[in-house]
Design a protein around this ligand. Structure first.
Ligand code: FES
Ligand code: FES
Length: 174
């Protein structure tokens, strides 16, 4: 193995970053090295979660939210990463994206990639491990509640997310 490279997967494509990129943040790497600019930089200090991407180091594990602004490339060895561009499925938009549109969830849209990723991760976790409906609000809060929207679109985001997540609860699956 070439120990001068940091190898990871972004949206299904293998990246071999040179060790000299190790101090770059993941968001700078995405923007500058692989031209994936959908992940947004806002606070840059790990507070707003606009820069959320999904990562995992085991294909059987659920994806976890990772803040691309405060994650160095040096820590990515062996990780699978999905960015907002990776949610695309052909020419169709996902039900998740459709729900945000139908609920007019976003205004300026700057926070939207972070909300999309956090919600996508939440929905995947619910699919893998359904929960009772009574626990749903807490699960949404845990999954998305720390994402900040400067335009205060929380209510509409929440409505869309709940609509998507409710069918995945135990009562609605049975
Ligand atoms: S830009 Fe990463 S948390 Fe705000
Ligand atoms: S829609 Fe503008 S920051 Fe959320």
């Amino acid at each position: 193995m070439d120990n001068k490279q940091i190898t990871f997967v972004v949206n299904g494509l293998i990246n071999h970053a040179p060790a000299t990129d190790g101090d770059m943040s993941l968001i700078d790497y995405l923007h500058e090295r692989v031209n994936l600019t959908g992940t947004k930089l806002c606070c840059g200090i790990g507070e707003c979660r606009a820069c959320t991407v999904a990562t995992r180091n085991n294909p059987k594990a659920p994806m976890e939210a990772t803040l691309a602004c405060s994650t160095p490339v040096s820590s990515l060895m062996g990780l699978e990463i999905v960015t907002v561009e990776g949610l695309k499925q052909g020419d169709n938009i996902l039900p998740l994206q459709q729900a945000f549109l139908q609920h007019f969830s976003f205004q300026c849209g700057y926070c939207t990639p972070g909300f999309l990723m956090a919600t996508w991760i939440l929905l995947q976790k619910l699919q893998m491990s359904p929960i009772p409906e009574q626990d749903l609000d807490a699960a949404i809060e845990k999954g998305v509640g720390r994402n900040i929207c400067r335009c205060s679109g929380y209510v509409r985001y929440y409505e869309a997310i709940r609509e998507l997540a409710l069918p995945l609860t135990m009562e609605h699956l049975s």
